[in-house]
Design a protein around this ligand. Structure first.
Ligand code: RIB
Length: 298
C-alpha cells in the first residue's frame, strides 16, 4: 500500500530567541539555523523513517537543494518532485527558550502545483492507496476530488487553517488528523468530546484523530473511541512534533496496527521529536521509537 503525500517543502530559517518578538518590538536572535521543513516534507520524512512506502509530491524552488537532499537521505523517491525557477517555500521561524515556536510561511513554489501535474501523479495511485494532504499547498480541493476518483483513502491534516478551508469538499475525507484549533475551526466546538461528536455528525463515516497538546490525543470512528496520553520528555523545540505524529500514525494504520497502537507509537515518536532541534532532522526512526517505548513501559 502506497502513500502519496501532496505536501509543502520549506527551508526553515530558525531564529532562536528568548521570547517571541511582539508588535512594535525589535529583538536580537541568539542563533540562526537552516533546517529542512514544511508540514508536507516533515510528514513524508516521518512516514519514511517509520517504514512506510511514501512518495512526496511537491515543488521546490531555486533554493530547494537541502529539501531534495533530505528526501534522498531518507530514501524517498524523487519521481514526483518538481524544481521550478522561482522562490521556494521558506519560513521565518522563531523558537523560544521554552521550545515553543511562532512561524511565518512564505508559500513560494508550494503554491505552484498545476492540475496537469496532479493528474499525472494520480495515474499512479491505485485503489486503497492513501493520498495525504496538509494545507500548505494550492489545489487541495482538486487533489481531494482526484484522489477520490482514484478510489484512494483521503487523509487531511488541515494545517494551517485558512479562510478557504471550510469551502473544501471535506465530505471526501476518510481520515482527519486535526488539533484543537483546527477542530474548532471546522466544527465551531471547543471541547474535545463536542468536536468529535460534531465531526461524526457533519462527516459521517470519516475517522477523526484529535490531538490535544499536553493532554494527548483521542480518536473517534463509527464503532470506537480511544484516548492516548503523551509521553513526557524534555522540550527543546516543538517544531515538527505534530508532523511526526501524523506520519507515524498513518504508517501504523497502513501496516494494520490497531488505532490504540497507532496513537501510542505516534505519541512516543512526537515526544522524541520535541527533545531535539529542527523540524525534519528531529524525527526519529522506528527503531528508536520502539526502544523508547520499551524503556518507558519497563
Ligand atoms: O509543522 C512545522 C512546519 O510548519 C515547519 O517545518 C514549517 O516549515 C511550517 O511549515
Amino acid at each position: 500500500m502506497k502513500i502519496f503525500n501532496f505536501g509543502s517543502l520549506n527551508v526553515d530559517r530558525v531564529y532562536r530567541v528568548q521570547d517571541f518578538v511582539r508588535a512594535g518590538e525589535t529583538i536580537l536572535a541568539e542563533n540562526l539555523s537552516y533546517f529542512p521543513g514544511g508540514k508536507g516534507l516533515n510528514q513524508t520524512i516521518a512516514l519514511a523513517r517509520a517504514g512506510a512506502e511514501v512518495y512526496h509530491v511537491g515543488c521546490i524552488g531555486r533554493d530547494g537543494g537541502i529539501l531534495k537532499d533530505c528526501l534522498v537521505e531518507n530514501g524517498v523517491p524523487l519521481a514526483y518532485l518538481r524544481k521550478l525557477d522561482a522562490d521556494g517555500g521558506h519560513t521565518a521561524l522563531q523558537v523560544s527558550d521554552s521550545g515553543q515556536n511562532a512561524i511565518i510561511v512564505y508559500s513560494g513554489t508550494n503554491h505552484m502545483l498545476s492540475e496537469d501535474f496532479v493528474d499525472e501523479v494520480m495515474k499512479n495511485v491505485e485503489p486503497g492507496d492513501f493520498v495525504l494532504m496538509q494545507n500548505e499547498i494550492n489545489l487541495v480541493p482538486y487533489i481531494m476530488q482526484k484522489a477520490k476518483e482514484a478510489k484512494a483513502q483521503v487523509v487531511l491534516n488541515p494545517s494551517p487553517i485558512t479562510k478557504t478551508l471550510a469551502a473544501y469538499p471535506l465530505e471526501l475525507v476518510d481520515l482527519f488528523i486535526v488539533n484543537e484549533i483546527e477542530g474548532e475551526a471546522l466544527t465551531g466546538e471547543t471541547e474535545p468530546e463536542s468536536i468529535l461528536a460534531a465531526f461524526r455528525k457533519k462527516y459521517p463515516g470519516a475517522r477523526v484523530v484529535l490531538t490535544l497538546g499536553s493532554e494527548g490525543s483521542c480518536y473517534q470512528d463509527d464503532a470506537q473511541y480511544c484516548r492516548q496520553q503523551i509521553y513526557k520528555n524534555t522540550t527543546v523545540d516543538t517544531t515538527g512534533a505534530g508532523d511526526t505524529f501524523c506520519g507515524y500514525l498513518l504508517t501504523c494504520l497502513t501496516r494494520g496496527d490497531s488505532i490504540k497502537v497507532a496513537l501510542d507509537t505516534a505519541s512516543a515518536a512526537s515526544s522524541i521529536a520535541v527533545s531535539r532541534q529542527g523540524a525534519a532532522p528531529s524525527i526519529p526512526r522506528m527503531s528508536e521509537v520502539e526502544e523508547f517505548l520499551r524503556e518507558r513501559k519497563r
